[in-house]
Design a binder for this molecule. Structure first.
Ligand SMILES: [Zn+2]
Length: 291
C-alpha cells in the first residue's frame, strides 16, 4: 500500500471517529426517524386564506414585514413585480387572527395566507351614501362600493393557487376568504373577488351547480325550514361562527353576509332569503359529490 493511500485511510478513519465522538458528546439519546413510520399522517397545511390589504403597495409591504401581521405571500399592484414570499410555508404567518372555521380555531396554524394589495372599498362614497346600520343590523357595504381587482393580480393569484393546491393537496372547499374564517370582523377579499371565475375558468375552489340551485329554488324546503335548520346548513358547510340559537341576531347576519359576499355578491345584506338558502343547500350537495 502506498503512503498516500495509507494517509487517506487514516484521514477517513479519523473523520468517522470524530463524528461518533461528537454524537456521544452532544446527544444524550438518539432519535430514530427511519425504523418505524406511521401510516396516519398528513399535510399540516389544510387551508389557503385570501385577503386584501386595504392599503397601497408600500404601506402593505411595510405592514406585512415590520409589524405584528404577516402573510406567506404578497401580490402587489405592479405588473412586473414578482409574487413576494414573506414567510416560508413551513412557518406560521399571522394573517387570519382570531378565526373559526370547519370546527377549528386559529386558522393561522393550518393555513397559508395570501395578501393581495387592494384598497377594499371607497370609504368616502360609502360614508356619504350608506344608511347607518340599526342596532342589530350588519354593516352592509354594497358591491358597487368595492374597487375592482386588476387582471394581472388575479392571474398571479391563479398561478400561486394552482402551485399551492398541487403541492399541499388542498381540498377545493378549503380555499377561503378571510371573511369566511372571521365573518364578524372581516370583509376581505370582498364581493368583487372573482370566486366564480376561478372555479369556472381554472377549476380552483368550489362553486354550486346551477341545476341544484334551481332545484332548491323551486322546492318547498325553505318555507318549512326552521331558523335552526337553516343555520345548521351553514355550520355543516364550514361556517362554525354561525351561532346555533334560533334567532337571526347580529352575529348570525354577519355570517350570512360573509357567505353572500362569497357566493351571492350582488346582495350582501346578511338577511337570509330563499336564494341564499338555495345556494347553501346546493353547495352542501356539491361537497358531498366531491367526497
Ligand atoms: Zn384579511
Amino acid at each position: 500500500m502506498s503512503q498516500k493511500k495509507i494517509f487517506c485511510y487514516m484521514v477517513i478513519f479519523l473523520m468517522i471517529l470524530s463524528c461518533s465522538v461528537q454524537e456521544k458528546v452532544n446527544s444524550k439519546y438518539k432519535i430514530n426517524s427511519r425504523k418505524y413510520n406511521a401510516v396516519s399522517q398528513g399535510e399540516r397545511i389544510r387551508y389557503i386564506v385570501l385577503h386584501y390589504t386595504h392599503a397601497d403597495d408600500d404601506t402593505s409591504i411595510m405592514l406585512l414585514t415590520e409589524q405584528a401581521v404577516s402573510s406567506h405571500y404578497l401580490i402587489t399592484t405592479k405588473k412586473r413585480e414578482p409574487i413576494y414570499q414573506l414567510v416560508d410555508d413551513k412557518y406560521r404567518a399571522w394573517h387570519a387572527g382570531e378565526s373559526y372555521y370547519d370546527g377549528r380555531y386559529s386558522i393561522n396554524d393550518s393555513s397559508i395566507g395570501i395578501e393581495i394589495v387592494h384598497m377594499g372599498y371607497d370609504e368616502e362614497a360609502y360614508k356619504k351614501n350608506a344608511k347607518k346600520p340599526k342596532k342589530n343590523d350588519v354593516k352592509v357595504i354594497d358591491y358597487d362600493y368595492y374597487y375592482d381587482y386588476n387582471d394581472v393580480q388575479i392571474d398571479k393569484v391563479v398561478f400561486l393557487l394552482q402551485y399551492l393546491i398541487e403541492k399541499y393537496d388542498i381540498h377545493p372547499k378549503n380555499i377561503l376568504g378571510h371573511s369566511d374564517v372571521a365573518p364578524t370582523r372581516k370583509q376581505d377579499p370582498g364581493p368583487k373577488f372573482p370566486w366564480k371565475r376561478l372555479y369556472t375558468e381554472y377549476d380552483i375552489g368550489i362553486w354550486y351547480d346551477d341545476e341544484d340551485y334551481s332545484l332548491f329554488m323551486t322546492n318547498k324546503d325553505y318555507a318549512s325550514a326552521s331558523i335552526s335548520e337553516i343555520k345548521e346548513e351553514f355550520i355543516e358547510y364550514g361556517y362554525s361562527s354561525m351561532p346555533s340559537n334560533a334567532v337571526w341576531d347580529k352575529e348570525s347576519k354577519q355570517v350570512i353576509s360573509a357567505f353572500q359576499s362569497r357566493f351571492r355578491p350582488s346582495k350582501v345584506d346578511g338577511n337570509i332569503d330563499k336564494e341564499t338558502y338555495a345556494i347553501i343547500k346546493a353547495l352542501n350537495k356539491k361537497v358531498k359529490d366531491i367526497k
